[in-house]
Design a protein around this ligand. Structure first.
Ligand code: AHG
Ligand code: MN
Ligand code: MN
Length: 335
């Protein structure tokens, strides 16, 4: 049981030996992410003061407008991971293709690949509402020392060795798991140090919050519509409360602490929903399961899905066990 008032640095060192393939490499990688998170935090915090709000003028591979902070966060994370020569490959929501990383002696001995959503919740940037960063880490499949290939990135979520997110909120937190539960660290901005503030985070088994973009209601499958009506019904501990920030990281973070379900269903206007399997759903599903929660596409466990492309989208339902299971009942009855 981790104790409080420990810094992230201390926590990483203490827990290094419990990693399955402990060689210190994963610890160094988490350290690099910690540094990148601080840099991005610094930029996000001064967003209103300098000219980094608004659209960058480009669209990403998925046809979405890139915000200046999307581009900045992407650059900072990639730069930090490259500079530290700590991974052999990176895939990002903001990049068309994966990036292969060579070390200075041209023989990259690193084992890990990282997949990132550098800035999650872009639509909230200009209005001073919480945004985040999501990361997912795998051991490469191809031999160490050779260039990375697509198959190193297209691994099932169950193969993740670590995943986490940073939430740039009223305070900045880094929340991650290396497969032994989920721990949350809060940044002390004066010292630039993350402290263990939320040891062993877990979703309550029941919850009273449902989070969904109800503007899309008419386009949802009947099973989802029925579940939403169930949430609104006055009976027992219902009606539930609706809370939707529009930034997955923040909605997930709140629901994990308070108990709730997050839903981004497929609809008649988005056949696989909106969220990306590799950069958003897999890491969040890994964290959810590590925190006693559930994550599915309405029918299948997210972590069991075999990815076929980098920017693949998937419907996403995630949160407190009993809530997600209740949703499944409605989905099974009326998909
Ligand atoms: P991103 O900013 O990385 O593109 O992700 C935004 C995602 C997710 O964070 C959020 O939950 C969802 O999009 C909101 O979508 P809607 O605006 O369609 O509700
Ligand atoms: Mn996102
Ligand atoms: Mn993003």
């Amino acid at each position: 049981m981790p104790k409080k008032n420990k810094t992230l640095g201390e926590f990483i060192i203490e827990n290094q030996s419990s990693f399955q393939y402990s060689s210190g490499e994963l610890s160094k990688l988490i350290n690099a992410i910690r540094l990148a998170a601080k840099v991005v935090n610094h930029e996000v915090n001064k967003a209103g003061l300098v000219d980094i709000l608004g659209a960058a003028g480009d669209t990403n591979i998925q046809g979405e407008d890139q915000q200046k902070l999307d581009v900045m966060a992407n650059d900072k994370f990639i730069q930090t991971l490259k500079n530290r020569e700590i991974v052999c490959g990176i895939a990002s929501e903001e990049e068309d293709d994966f990036i292969s990383i060579n070390s200075s002696d041209d023989r990259n001995q690193n084992k890990y690949v990282v997949l990132i959503d550098p800035l999650d919740g872009s639509s909230n940037i200009d209005v001073n509402v919480s945004v985040g960063t999501i990361f997912s880490i795998y051991r490469r499949i191809t031999p160490v020392g050779s260039p990375v290939e697509m198959k190193d990135f297209l691994q099932k979520g169950s193969e993740q060795v670590a995943a986490g997110y940073v939430v740039y909120g009223t305070s900045t937190m880094l929340v991650y798991s290396t497969g032994a539960g989920v721990n949350g660290f809060t940044l002390n901005p004066a010292l630039g140090t993350f402290y263990l503030s939320h040891p062993n985070m877990e979703f309550p088994e029941d919850g009273k919050i449902y989070s969904v973009n109800e503007g899309n209601y008419v386009h949802f499958l009947q099973g989802v519509k029925d579940y939403i009506k169930y949430c609104q019904k006055e009976e027992g501990d219902r009606p539930y409360t609706s809370r939707y920030i529009g930034s997955l990281v923040s909605d997930f973070h709140r629901n994990m602490i308070k108990g709730g379900i997050y839903m981004y269903p497929k609809s008649s206007i988005a056949e696989n929903g909106k969220l990306r399997l590799l950069y958003e759903c897999n890491p969040m599903a890994y964290l959810a399961e590590q925190a006693n929660g559930v994550a599915t596409d309405g029918f299948r466990r997210i972590l069991d899905i075999e990815p076929t492309e980098l920017h693949q989208r998937v419907p996403f339902f995630c949160g407190s066990k009993n809530m997600v299971n209740k949703l499944h009942e409605f989905m099974a009855k009326n998909a």
